[in-house]
Each structure stands twice: as structure tokens, then as C-alpha cells.
Ligand binder design. Structure first.
Ligand code: F6R
Length: 247
């Protein structure tokens, strides 16, 4: 795992946007794997800025998002489709029909999951996957567990994640308990992975991750098995990395 330590959230965002720009410039029809949450918001702002300046062209890009809550449709401000439309897609020249987010409203969610992995394969696989990390080590909604499911699947959210994500909802009760997520196997198939972490509340998990052990109790540790992962971490999130870490 390559580690890039930067000063601030803004620097992390700019660095990540520049890497995405590099990928799209060298492959205009690149397939991007995208994440939601607080972490990539700054990256998306930088990409919008660059797109407006003509520095990046999304007209041939395809995107696949990591996850979506069960039971929320795209008009719900808490859905990840709504997030992506409002924080990125509506402001850049991407073709909406080439932006994919799992459908948390699908009548048959199992079928939706299978179809989602097939769509990724048909698109040629993900060239660059952007990831945030949960403070419990989750990636997408692959929560710590005895076993992890490799393909896209429906999952129960942990209490910790429900609590962490309740900051976006009017109340804790309104946070969906289940979600559709790409599995760790689907994520690890990406050719290149960019993991982003910012802020003090990520310092413990980044320290754990960089101890180097691989365990399903820390889903992000599976990333150690991938040959091309870059972690961009700001000063606060890097503040607990022990010197003897073996990343
Ligand atoms: C979002 C996602 C999650 C987040 C993680 C960190 O699509 O898959 O795994 O990346 O929960 O969230 P933030 O960035 O809000 O700290």
C-alpha cells in the first residue's frame, strides 16, 4: 500500500482529484468506482471545478457507486443516488445513463445485486475505485464480521455505522438498517484503488489498518491483498500511525 500523507482535508481532496484526472485523461472512457459520505465531498468539488475549467472531460466516463440504502429512492435526500446527483453528476458533463448506483428500491434485491456485478463486468471492470473508510474499518457497507461476502449483496448495518450515519438523518430511527453494497471481492477487482481518510475520528482505524494484519474484523485490511492501493491520509487521520507499521 502506497501512503501519501498530506496536511489537510483540502490537500487530500486535491491530490485525489488530480489522480482521478490523470486516469480519465489517459483513458477517456474510464470506469470509476465512487463512494459517498463526508470524505469524498471535497474531491467532487475539485472535479467539478476542473470540469468547468475544461481540465477533465467526463463525457465518456462510466461510474459505479459502492452502495445504497435499502428502501430509499433517488428523490430521497438521504439516498446515495441523490447525494451523487447533487454533489457531482448534476454539475459535470457525465451522461447520467452511464452513472450506476445500486437500486435500494428493487423488488428483488438479490437479483439487483447479481445484475450490478454483471454490469460492472460488462463495462470492462473498474479502472479506479475511490474508497472512504468507516471508523470500524468498513469499506462500502462491508461491516466487520466473521465472514465477508465477496460479491454485491444486501447487508445489515452495524449499530456503530447506523449511529455514525445518523448525522445525515432527522433521527436515529430513520437510518435504514439494511443496504446494498459491493462486496470486498467486487472492490478488489478494481485495477487501482484510492483510499481516502481525513480527520481525528479516522486516526485509530488508520493505525489499525497499517499494522498490516488481514482480518475480516477489519474489512479494509483486505486491501493489503491488492497490488495497487494508494492511501491518501491527512495529518489528523495519520496522527496515530505507529512508526513500526508495516504497510
Ligand atoms: C460510502 C461508503 C462508506 C463510507 C464510510 C466513511 O459510500 O461506502 O464506506 O466511505 O462510511 O464515511 P465518511 O466519509 O462519511 O466518514
Amino acid at each position: 500500500m502506497k501512503i501519501i500523507e498530506v496536511e489537510s482535508y483540502e490537500d487530500m481532496s486535491r491530490k485525489a482529484a488530480d489522480i482521478i484526472k490523470g486516469v480519465v485523461c489517459s483513458k477517456p472512457n474510464a470506469v470509476l468506482g465512487l463512494a459517498t459520505g463526508s470524505t469524498p465531498e471535497g474531491v467532487y468539488r475539485c472535479l467539478i471545478e476542473d470540469n468547468k475549467k475544461g481540465l477533465i472531460d467526463f463525457s465518456k466516463v462510466t461510474s459505479f457507486n459502492l452502495d445504497e440504502y435499502e428502501g430509499l429512492d433517488g428523490s430521497n435526500p438521504n439516498s446515495y443516488r441523490y447525494y451523487m446527483d447533487n454533489k457531482l453528476f448534476n454539475h459535470i458533463n457525465i451522461h447520467k445513463e452511464r452513472t450506476f448506483v445500486p437500486d435500494g428500491m428493487a423488488e428483488d434485491l438479490e437479483k439487483e445485486c447479481k445484475a450490478y456485478d454483471e454490469k460492472i463486468s460488462l463495462a470492462g471492470g473498474i479502472d479506479l475505485q475511490i474508497l472512504g473508510i468507516g471508523s470500524n474499518g468498513h469499506i462500502g457497507f462491508n461491516e466487520p464480521a466473521d465472514m465477508l461476502i465477496p460479491s454485491t449483496h444486501v447487508t445489515e448495518l452495524t449499530e456503530e455505522t447506523i449511529k455514525a450515519n445518523s448525522r445525515f438523518f432527522p433521527s436515529l430511527d430513520q437510518v435504514p438498517r439494511r443496504a446494498v453494497t459491493m462486496g470486498m471481492g467486487s472492490i478488489l477487482k478494481a485495477r487501482r484503488i484510492l483510499l481516502l481518510a481525513s480527520g481525528k475520528n479516522k486516526a485509530d482505524v488508520i493505525d489499525r489498518l497499517l499494522q498490516g494484519d488481514i482480518s475480516t474484523s477489519l474489512p479494509a485490511s483486505m486491501l493489503h491483498m491488492h497490488r495497487d492501493v494508494t492511501l491518501i491520509v491527512d495529518k489528523e487521520a495519520a496522527s496515530k500511525i505507529s512508526n513500526d507499521c508495516c504497510a
